[in-house]
Design a protein around this ligand. Structure first.
Ligand SMILES: C[S@@+](CC[C@H](N)C(=O)[O-])C[C@H]1O[C@@H](n2cnc3c(N)ncnc32)[C@H](O)[C@@H]1O
Length: 244
């Protein structure tokens, strides 16, 4: 037991590992336990980092990329759950940077991976807090309006969306109708334990609403710029730039 009387996270982790090791564990149980095991790993990491004064790191980077994964931008301070980020951090716990200190935040194909409304709205409010006056946040996500505009309709198996987004994944054989492509934008999921699913879908209107609600003064379409963006995200995505 922990001091709060809750079963300790370490004990929970051990129990989950033993359930996962049992070949008799049902598919549903194993699937939910894998998700819990992943959260426990993140929790352990973050518990050790909360000692930072006021939850802020010492650095004051001017440009920050959130959720860049393997797409590091060298002139930016990269924050992600996984390497090769400069800071391994779970953004659902806040943005660990100082108030009014950042000029520009960039993220693409990240926002749809965190839960809405709690984490998504908190992230946007945190971005507003850390940005300096007139600072900008650029956000790109898979465009739900684009996926919906093609539905209903027949699906050609050589469809460009499949080629560009899913050809390298082993889900290709499971994209059988146009609605499967719509589903992937809204709830992309995978039995691969390292995969973070899509939890919410966005279009231009939703992005404008989200950033306006958090206090940004303007929210405009962003012109794709290869000096920061991942080239493979150009197609089928919607980007906005919101200014504080
Ligand atoms: C689909 S990848 C996109 C990577 C990159 N932006 C790109 O476009 O190629 C989503 C990224 O968001 C990161 N991510 C998901 N949830 C996160 C969280 N709570 N905190 C920080 N990063 C997160 C993942 O680790 C992953 O690198």
């Amino acid at each position: 037991m922990s001091t709060s009387g809750m079963p300790s996270v370490d004990l929970l982790g051990e129990q989950i590992a033993s359930v996962l090791a049992d070949p008799a564990a049902t598919h549903g149980l194993a699937r939910t336990r894998r998700a819990a095991a992943k959260e426990i790993e993140l929790h352990r990491y973050h518990s050790s980092r909360r000692a930072w004064p006021n939850g802020r790191i010492d650095e004051k980077p001017a440009k920050v990329q959130i959720g860049g994964g393997a797409h590091r931008i060298d002139s930016f301070f990269n924050i992600d759950l996984v390497p090769p980020a400069d800071l391994l951090w779970d953004i659902r716990e806040g943005v660990p940077l100082h108030d009014d200190s950042v000029e520009e935040i960039f993220s693409e194909h990240f926002l749809e991976h965190i839960d809405y409304p709690r984490s998504a709205k908190q992230y946007v409010r945190e971005a507003h807090r850390v940005l300096a006056k007139a600072g900008r946040i650029i956000t790109g996500v898979p465009d739900a309006a684009f996926a919906l505009s093609q539905h209903p309709g027949p699906l050609d198996t050589t469809d460009e969306t499949i080629e560009r987004w899913y050809a390298k994944r082993d889900c290709r054989g499971d994209i059988n109708t146009r609605l499967d492509l719509v589903n992937l934008v809204f709830r992309d999921q995978d039995d691969d334990p390292t995969y973070t699913p899509h939890l919410w879908a966005y279009d231009h209107e939703k992005l404008v609403q989200l950033f306006t609600e958090a206090g940004f003064t303007t929210v405009e379409p962003w012109t794709f710029d290869l000096t920061m963006a991942n080239p493979k995200r150009r197609w089928g995505s919607v980007y906005v730039v919101a200014t504080k």
